[in-house]
Design a protein around this ligand. Sequence first.
Ligand code: ZN
Ligand code: ZN
Ligand code: ZN
Ligand code: ZN
Ligand code: ZN
Length: 334
Amino acid sequence: MAARSRKRREYPRPELRCPGCQREVQRFWSHCPDCGRALQWRDDGTTGAECYRCGWVVSDSFSYCPWCGADIQDEASSAEPLKAPKGFKYHARCDWGCGGGVMYPMGHCPWCGRPQTWRYDEFDGVCPHCDRGVDDWMDVCPWCGGDATGQDLIRRAMTRVRRLLLVSRIKDWGYRVLLRPGVSGVDPRFPKVVEIERRYVIGKRRRDEIPWQMLVGLLVHELGHSFLYHHWSWTRAGRFRRTFGEVREAYRGVEDIWVDFQRRGVATTHPDYVSAYAATHAQEDFAETFRIYVVRRGRLRELFAEFGRKRKGVVVYEKFLVLHDFVRRLRGWT
Ligand SMILES: [Zn+2]
Ligand SMILES: [Zn+2]
Ligand SMILES: [Zn+2]
Ligand SMILES: [Zn+2]
Ligand SMILES: [Zn+2]
């Protein structure tokens, strides 16, 4: 006789939400990445034990709280490191080879108490404060509770940049500045995300760090790339193409030479470009034009007087006029 098959009903895993803002969160995140509220993961009745210090769920067999690292050893603690006691999963061996198992994302080994590191491949990037995984949209790091964007580390430069964009009357297109390891730049697939090489701000070596005024130039230059990718259809317009050329041309983004980006004045060497760097590619030409336009607060009269003194070609005037008209159009002024 065949056994009656009982179809197992799949219950969807309950969605975990921040009690403050209701944003979806993941189990064992310390903070809501949206509102920053500190989260607490108590025992839901599985283990019957909570850490005396942080209140998070633990196992009686643990010697250390895997969340806050507190020593919780007592007579119930296992004499031998275990793989995964009830209520916990085995995801990896302890980094230190104590023989015990650890579950993601435990910060400490529950058996030897030593710190654990995890790979955060499923995240977009890493937190500039704790090096653990964060996504681009996160304001608060779910692990350390710090500013996940790293904007707190470049506050002075950010304030200046926002002010410059405002007085240049450039409408906010929803750009998002993130301090990340790697290179500075904008990925055309994510036009609003502007990554700034964090080494310039929190360098392992002091000589990597750059003064905040230079950072302003770098930020505005990269924002120029972001602005152009965001308004990409504009690059098809005849006037844009006649002035800046073919921005779609194959282009392997050169690592930006930020040293140039601190100059507020227009270079005298290239008659048709605002800086030497602008001559490298049409996209850099636009980013540099954008940078000069913004750091000079969109004051065309003042800029054009300088172009005259420096004998710039007609096309340079036109570049600024094309940008200026577009900026006005975005605000609905024309
Ligand atoms: Zn929240
Ligand atoms: Zn604890
Ligand atoms: Zn261990
Ligand atoms: Zn962090
Ligand atoms: Zn560039």
